[in-house]
Design a protein around this ligand. Structure first.
Ligand SMILES: [Zn+2]
Ligand SMILES: [Zn+2]
Length: 71
């Protein structure tokens, strides 16, 4: 169908004007919702496994949600 994109997370077809088009780490994605975008590409804290949707902290390619987890 014209002007529809499928979500890279759940495969749902969605009107192109309502999708999220995100470029991250040299890849581009289409998502139908913030929930799909976050669960697909947001990093997780390696200590407590929480999904990081704020700035977070990165060290040696590992992500942490806060300074406490980084120790
Ligand atoms: Zn989706
Ligand atoms: Zn953490």
């Amino acid at each position: 169908m014209a002007n529809q994109l499928s979500c890279d997370k759940c495969g749902n077809n969605y009107e192109a004007k309502n999708t999220l088009q995100i470029s991250y780490k040299n890849k581009s994605y289409n998502f139908d919702s913030f929930e799909c975008a976050i669960s697909h590409i947001a990093p997780k804290c390696v200590t407590c496994n929480v999904i990081i949707i704020g700035h977070g902290l990165e060290e040696n390619n590992q992500y942490y949600c806060c300074k406490n987890c980084m120790r």
